[in-house]
Design a protein around this ligand. Structure first.
Ligand code: SAM
Length: 229
């Protein structure tokens, strides 16, 4: 069975959305990966299909109920949804390329998308969810975060990108940000392409690119130096 992303959400109609286009979309059509959605509302038992309630302790907003979310998770797992359980959350560990690589090597991932103030903490603990953040900002729901994580994994799956060499050179593959790219025209608005790239001297070009990658990483993301992924 191909790599499978199972998304637990109250907005299943958002999927595949952008994942149905371009690289990921073509790979989905070719069955190089699969996308399953589980509508958390299907596991409610009241007439209004309520998934949320007011927070204990007071405060603004609503919280997704643990009993309803657990039913949706348990259903997905019983149906054979593969992979670790991940809850998208701004409090989570930051998503990094190394995590995408690890997930892409496994059988898939189960992604829980929060809405409102998020999910009752007990269900995160009780089902052993890993909390993952896609950045230090707050989205209104986990769906866009889930799509970002899925896209980062899918493009690493075998056969998805025609020229797999391109994966080896891009940002983070070496632990550094990538060197700058140039194409035709050779001179544009008075700006010429760096001379070295026209030299045909591959060793010198590689050295120049490494030096560019190092200097851009030092200036923009010094925290990446000395780490990998
Ligand atoms: N009250 C939460 C907090 O302050 O940490 C924010 C909840 S947010 C409005 C609703 C949902 O969006 C979250 O449960 C989570 O699933 C998702 N979300 C928001 N920002 C995210 C981020 N940076 N990374 C991953 N998921 C995020």
């Amino acid at each position: 069975r191909p790599w499978t992303a199972t998304v637990l959400t109250i907005f299943p109609e958002m999927f595949p959305g952008p994942l149905g286009h371009s690289l990921a979309g073509k790979a989905l059509q070719r069955d190089l990966w699969r996308l399953e959605t589980v509508n958390i509302r299907d596991f409610t038992s009241d007439r209004h299909q309520t998934v949320d309630d007011t927070p204990f302790g007071g405060g603004a907003g609503m919280v997704m109920r643990p009993d309803i979310v657990a039913k949706a998770v348990d259903h997905a797992v019983q149906e054979g949804a593969p992979g670790p359980l991940v809850y998208l959350s701004p409090r989570g560990v930051p998503l990094r390329q190394a995590m995408a690589q690890d997930l892409a090597k496994g059988p898939g991932v189960v992604l829980l998308c929060g809405r409102y103030e998020g999910v009752d903490h007990r269900v995160i603990e009780a089902r052993g969810f890993l909390e993952v953040s896609i950045g230090d900002f707050v989205l209104s729901g986990g769906e866009l975060a889930a799509m970002a994580l899925i896209d980062a994994c899918v493009r690493l799956l075998p056969g998805v990108i025609g020229d797999e060499a391109s994966l080896k050179e891009e940002s983070f593959a070496s632990g550094l940000l990538e060197y700058p790219h140039y194409t035709r025209p050779q001179v544009w608005e008075g700006r010429a392409v760096p001379e070295i790239l026209l030299s045909g001297h591959h060793a010198k070009i590689d050295a120049w690119r490494r030096e560019q990658a190092l200097s851009i990483t030092k200036s923009r993301r010094p925290d990446l130096i000395g780490t990998s992924g």
